[in-house]
Design a protein around this ligand. Structure first.
Ligand code: PEP
Ligand code: MG
Length: 614
């Protein structure tokens, strides 16, 4: 599918301004990693590397001139740990007696023992690895040796070793949240994985980009990055292994490239890309105010997808006609408590006010799968994407669900609000959810609290069962919104967050296209509105197909809106219908992808021309 041009040249402009960008380290060879570019923009900054907790530390190499600094880091961690233990020892003696306190003395002794610390120091010096890796590996080896001994006096030592390892690592690595807070300006977070709430919590003044080893294009961490305009590359596999704290990194969120320790030639090349991006951005910004109408006069409504109320302004600025998807779960994900009715109402009201008469579709909580709050993490499910997520979760937690419904209904009194349920798989589920809406309406009426009695209640079509039953659903719901992100993963059996199967994740698969076609037909037959709010709606090539299949409303992340407008203004509906007819006759995703690409290249060559030769 077409790459969209960068819309965030600001980050790199800031990086490059006044020669402020990091100077390459000639001692370190450059290393280029390929991943999935999930949020456009170029950033040149310094890495902070986050391992996943203290469970496993990845091997990271250093150059000989960094050995001294790593040894010093280790000595400081050792000293701080010994002091910490001395403090615990004093306290324990006071509260629990000398005998109990003795364990801390033993730990202190171990940390002063050269047979423990010596191998760590030697590993840093000889194997040229970071202090944290040397600690992790040496202590793990030591624990394994004790574990394999038959004498129980030794096996009990394993816990002591693990405890010391964690203590030292905590000193070396620090608490993840704390380290991110202490990040300098122009930081690129390099992590094994990030949760959507971690990404949402980044201080955007400092954290300019992120790269992860794991992750897929339509995972919610990627979606958050796009929403916040943070350039990101996921699924790099080796990013945490290739970087150490402070490594100079070029992150290109458009091309899906992370260059660690770039040389001056690469930095120069990226200056060129940045300039191209700046010029392109200017040309796009002119489109924001233009109507979204095809060459043959059909209006295509372009709406925005948001996760936070403040994004409404960006959607309007980019020329969106309203909000087609408000992912309200982010209110939960970014809060340390379950948001109250008042807090939710305030957020929804803010959206309505900012929209000033434009439509707002509020989707009820879509928690679960890759969207759990950190503080209230559920007991892990074996298959979270097939587990207790979305509407299923809400129907099991009715008080929580009803609180949200109350807040949404109250907001409906203030402007054009629609209500939408995610991941509906059966008519019974929809009816149950609708029943609760009616219940809440009755309560509000009794309390004389205003709301819109005629509020439209719709559903996402994002599982094959819903698409296959679209005809039945269309008799009960007020509207459909097709969620291709999930529809693709559930139709093709591909986890949307798993970089290992990213190549199987293809919305151009004929099976997905047939489900979309049938859903649109069912909606048209029953005369109910249908839109698409998955990431595919913002893909230039795919949008041609969607329009050809009959969709007239597309909802997407704000930065994609001008790109889409340009395409819409360059094509006619009859052209799109011809494209759709041809696509329907093809039986392989490869054929569909390449055909759509050819069509899009002819219709909007400028979206492709400036990438020639890359
Ligand atoms: C979708 O599945 O396409 C969708 C828009 O919902 P989400 O990405 O939040 O799962
Ligand atoms: Mg979904």
């Amino acid at each position: 599918m077409a790459h969209k041009r960068s819309n965030s040249s600001d980050a790199v402009a800031a990086s490059l301004a006044g020669g402020k960008f990091p100077i390459p380290d000639p001692a370190e060879p450059p290393r280029t990693l390929k991943g999935l570019g999930v949020s456009p923009g170029i950033v040149i900054g310094r890495a902070i590397v986050l391992d996943s907790g203290l469970g496993k530390v990845h091997r990271r190499s250093i150059t000989p001139d960094h050995v001294k600094a790593e040894l010093l880091k280790f000595d400081q961690a050792l000293k701080a740990s010994i002091e910490e233990l001395a403090e615990f020892r004093k306290q324990a003696a006071k509260e629990m007696g000398e005998e109990t306190a003795e364990i801390f003395a033993v730990h202190q002794g171990l940390l002063k023992d050269k047979s423990v610390t010596g191998p760590i120091r030697r590993m840093i010096e000889n194997d040229l690895v970071t202090a944290e890796y040397a600690v992790y590996q040496t202590m793990s080896d030591l624990a394994a040796r004790f574990r394999s001994m038959s004498n129980s006096a030794f096996t009990t030592k394993v816990n002591d070793i693990d405890d010391l390892s964690i203590r030292l690592l905590r000193q070396l690595i620090g608490d993840t949240g704390q380290r991110v807070k202490l990040a300098g300006e122009n930081t690129v977070i390099v992590a094994r994985d990030l949760t959507p709430s971690q990404a949402a919590g980044f201080d955007r003044k400092k954290i300019k980009a992120f790269a992860t080893d794991l992750g897929g294009r339509t995972g919610h961490t990627a979606i958050v990055a796009r929403a916040l305009g943070i350039p990101a590359v996921v699924g790099c596999q080796q990013a945490t292994a290739a970087c150490v704290d402070g490594s100079v990194v070029i992150l290109d969120g458009e091309r899906g490239v992370v260059i660690v320790n770039p040389d001056s030639e690469q930095l120069e090349q990226y200056r060129g890309y940045t300039e191209q991006a700046r010029v392109y951005k200017l040309s796009l910004s002119e489109l924001a105010g233009q109507p979204s109408v095809t060459l043959d006069g059909a209006k295509i409504e372009i709406l925005g997808n948001i996760e936070f109320p403040d994004e409404v302004a960006k959607v309007k600025e980019m020329g969106g006609d309203g909000i087609g998807l408000y992912r309200t779960e982010f209110l939960y994900l970014t809060s340390d408590h379950e948001p109250t009715e008042r807090e939710q109402f305030q957020a929804y009201r803010r959206c309505v006010e900012l929209l000033d008469g434009m439509p707002l579709t509020i989707r009820t909580l879509d928690l679960g799968a890759d969207k759990y709050t950190q503080a209230r993490e559920e007991i892990p499910e074996r298959n979270p994407f097939l587990g207790l997520r979305s509407i299923r979760y809400c129907l099991r937690r009715q008080p929580m669900f009803k609180t949200q419904l109350r807040a949404i209904l109250r907001a409906s009194a203030l402007g054009p609000v629609k209500l939408m349920f995610p991941l509906v798989t059966s008519t019974a589920e929809f009816r149950q959810a609708k029943y609760l809406v009616n219940d809440v309406m009755e309560d509000l009426e009794e309390e004389a609290i205003p709301f819109d009695r005629e509020i439209k209640v719709g559903m996402m079509v994002e599982v094959p069962s819903a698409a296959l039953m679209a005809d039945a659903f269309a008799q009960e719901v007020d509207f459909f919104s097709i969620g291709t992100n999930d529809l693709v993963q559930y139709t093709l059996a591909v986890d949307r967050t798993n970089e290992r199967v990213a190549s199987y994740y293809n919305p151009a698969h004929p099976a997905v296209i047939r489900l979309i076609r049938d859903t649109v037909r069912a909606a048209r037959r029953r005369n109910i509105p249908v839109s698409c709010c998955g990431e595919s709606a913002s893909d230039l090539e795919y949008a041609l197909l969607l329009i050809g299949l009959g969709l007239r409303t597309l909802s997407m992340t704000s930065s994609a809106i001008p790109h889409l407008k340009r395409m819409i203004r360059s094509v006619s509906v009859s052209q799109c219908e011809r494209i759709a007819r041809k696509v329907i006759s093809l039986d392989s995703d490869v054929q569909v992808s390449s055909y759509l690409r050819d069509c899009a290249r002819k219709i909007v060559p400028e979206a492709f021309d400036d990438r020639a030769g890359e």
